[in-house]
Design a protein around this ligand. Sequence first.
Ligand code: GAL
Length: 466
Amino acid sequence: MNFPQDFTWGVATSSYQIEGGHDADGKGPSIWDAFSRIPGRIHAGDTGDVACDHFHRFREDVAMMARLGIPAYRFSISWPRLMPTGRVDDRGTINPEGIRFYDQLIDTLLEHGIEPWVTLYHWDLPLALQTERDGWLNPSIADDFTAYARLCFQSFGDRVKHWITFNEPWVVAILGYGQGVFAPGRTSTSEPYTAGHHILRSHAKAVRCYREEFAHHGGRIGITNNCDWREPLTGKPEDRAAAERALEFYLGWFADPVFKSGDYPPVMRERVGDRLPHFTEAERAELSGSSDFFGLNHYTTMFAAEASRDSGKQSVYGNGGISEDQDVDLSVDPSWPLTHFQWAVVPWGCRKLLRWIADRYGNPPLYITENGCALEDVVSPDGSVDDPDRIDFYQGYLAACHEALGDGVDLRGYFAWSLMDNMEWASGYKFRFGLVHIDRETLARTPKHSALWYGGVARHNALPGT
Ligand code: GAL
């Protein structure tokens, strides 16, 4: 199975999950630094203070990626490493050491022939913007985010040609402001919609800044959303409608305003009512078409059915919305294999979701910016990590991607989550998503068999044995 010649193959990480150096060289605290210190919030009291110590070991990590044959690397910039208070004003300044770190990382990647793909916001908001200004609930954050984005474009735009404004606004909104299981730990039924709204406004404003002020860099800029597939539980019209509604509440929420109408899906307006804010005409115009590509993080699939009154609705990971608003019952097929994270492995769901996106949004250039699995890896006595189930996972999902290409989907690239085992947010270090094993005592890096396999896929631009 060959992929198109210019297909992008990469691996992905994020700053808080791997960097460590939480207060090194002038970095300010982020909401995750604070959240991880609240007792009971993170599994086993883990923090990202050290994480994979990538801040000090990035040269080793880049050299390792090059040895594996990985052509592209998606990482995120830590806003409080560049701007310790999140703003430049009478108290806040730019941290030159932070700029220096990303300068060196980018230069090292380019020296090794690895293309940088940079996410501006992967959840580590400067703490001061939360405590002093209510984070994503404050409309003025769009100006703060744009100032930060401009600094990144100015500092790194000569070398970075692929930008992603936000990683998974849905997670920030639902897990951060609805369920409160992620920073900043808010629980509300209205704040997710407010936070999501200002994230979208911030995205559009930053994209406008890039297009107006940095067009000469010749790069591309977009947004990454997450979505699992929702398969109708039965062929009944109400279950089909429930599945469609679940996808609209999940992906449509953040993708319709950007790739379709400049506004939220009508079904959300109907069901969320006053809690769903309105865009001004100017904001709609700014949002519409504000992404050069469709970034997608995809992990799993669930069945969706019309909610029955007596069934308990899920309101934890994998739900896809505020359960009372979308009113959908979700379930999995017990025969589907589960990863250590309890996400079902269903490659055909990936193919169907790609098709759904192509149909709904006019077949935009699409990149899977994350896909991967957590498994209970075992280190052999000889130090190697044999992880055939991870290879099967990638084989299955990449075959599904290949089928989607055959369906006419304009899929341009794929990034495996993750380069290495890392700080899995509220789950701490419990789950291992990496292609590279990290020893939690010594932080030694050991490429798993899946890393060698994936490097081969990237080098040959093809799936082996197919
Ligand atoms: C995504 C997120 C990543 C990683 C992954 C696995 O939602 O962007 O940072 O945590 O899930 O859970």
